[in-house]
Design a protein around this ligand. Structure first.
Ligand code: NDP
Ligand code: NHF
Length: 325
């Protein structure tokens, strides 16, 4: 299997181009992380919101204790949840997340969504998520607060200065908001993590990042699949990419699986990917996505499936919760 290339970030640190996503990795998370390291994964994409940072840290610790890897061989990403955007909340929660992982620094820390919500006591409601119930058992929804992104960014810059975090970035930002942040960031935005699959290609946003030297990480690379798993109606209305004739045809030509073609379509265009799998054979297969090349024509034909369909849209859930009422 071909070695995983690295992307040099604006911070100067290197990020592996293929990593392992930790959302919905719940049962046996320590073993999954340990087995992923054994299979060759070096980047793990976590978040406060995934509720499994302590469990993931156990897998990392076991791999380090057994001498499979050293800390510096790994690239650990985590994210700031929406309820910690206030300046005073940022550093304490970064320190708490490091504690859960058993680490003294994160390689990368991202603002998870450009959505600032009222602080929730995570010792009572963990993970906080989009819907949490108050002590009275009533769904309080999520409460917006007036914290500009720059306040949160400054607090993350301070975490870099304190060496709690090596590189910082954002997730789920679109072009204009990213451009606004770039005007004021003192420490560069190293990474933008976005939903990206053939039904949501976002070519202009990716071009902007390329121009600015910001690495782009694609999440939900398999499109509907990740959301069908959650029973989201919108995802069920689209043809699963694994069953799409175009993707299946290209996969057969290269003797690869549709999943590998979808990941290669992204990596060959310079994006990083972070597929998640709870299935050991798929976990291994998703790492083998840099050692073959699609033709330019194949890449273009996959990109033409673009339908501008976004599954992970907070406005959908925020609207449902009537938080602005
Ligand atoms: N910044 C953000 O807001 C977000 C970040 N992310 C990050 O991106 C990661 C990946 O995205 P995510 O949405 O989880 O999902 P993926 O796009 O990685 O898809 C996961 C789904 O595909 C299945 N699958 C995985 N590999 C294969 C394969 N080779 N063949 C067939 N099926 C396969 C999995 O099943 P099974 O597990 O059963 O094998 C699961 O149902 C997340 O884990 C998270 O780290 C994701 C969403 C939002
Ligand atoms: O990263 C994630 C995947 O998407 C979910 C739904 O928006 C988020 O809650 C989660 O944090």
């Amino acid at each position: 299997m071909a070695a995983i290339p690295s992307i040099t970030l604006k911070s100067g640190f290197k990020m592996p181009q293929v990593g392992f996503g930790l959302w919905k990795v719940n049962d046996n998370c320590p073993d999954t992380v340990y087995n992923a390291i054994k299979a060759g994964y070096r980047l793990f994409d976590g978040a406060f919101d995934y509720g499994n940072e302590e469990a993931a840290g156990k897998g990392v610790k076991r791999a380090i204790d057994e001498g499979l890897v050293k800390r510096e061989d790994l690239f650990i990403t985590s994210k700031l949840w929406n309820t910690f955007h206030e300046e005073k909340q940022v550093e304490p929660i970064v320190r708490q997340q490091l504690k859960w992982w058993g680490l003294d620094y994160f390689d990368l820390f991202l603002i998870h969504f450009p959505v600032s919500l009222k602080y929730v006591d995570y010792t009572k409601h963990y993970p906080t998520g989009w819907t949490y119930k108050g002590d009275d058992g009533v769904d309080q929804g999520v409460i917006p607060i007036n914290v500009p992104i720059l306040e949160t960014w400054r607090a993350l810059e301070s975490c870099v200065e304190k060496k709690l975090v090596r590189s910082i970035g954002v997730s789920n930002f679109q072009g204009s908001l990213l451009m606004d942040l770039l005007r004021s960031a003192k420490i560069p935005v190293s990474v933008l993590q976005i939903e990206h699959h053939p039904y949501l290609v976002q070519p202009n946003l990716i071009s902007l990042c390329k121009q600015e030297g910001i690495a782009v990480t694609a999440y939900s690379s398999f499109g509907p699949q990740s959301f069908v798993e959650l029973d989201w109606e919108k995802a069920k209305t689209l043809k699963p990419l694994f069953e799409h004739d175009l993707i299946k045809g290209i996969a057969a030509k290269h003797n690869k699986t549709p999943a590998q073609v979808l990941l290669r379509w992204a990596t060959q265009r310079g994006l990083a990917v972070i597929p998640k799998s709870n299935t050991p054979s798929r976990l291994a297969q998703n790492l083998d996505v840099v050692g073959f090349d699609l033709t330019e024509e194949e890449i273009q034909s996959i990109s033409k499936l673009d339908a501008g369909i976004r599954f992970n849209e907070p406005v959908d859930y925020l609207g449902t919760l009537h938080i602005f009422a």
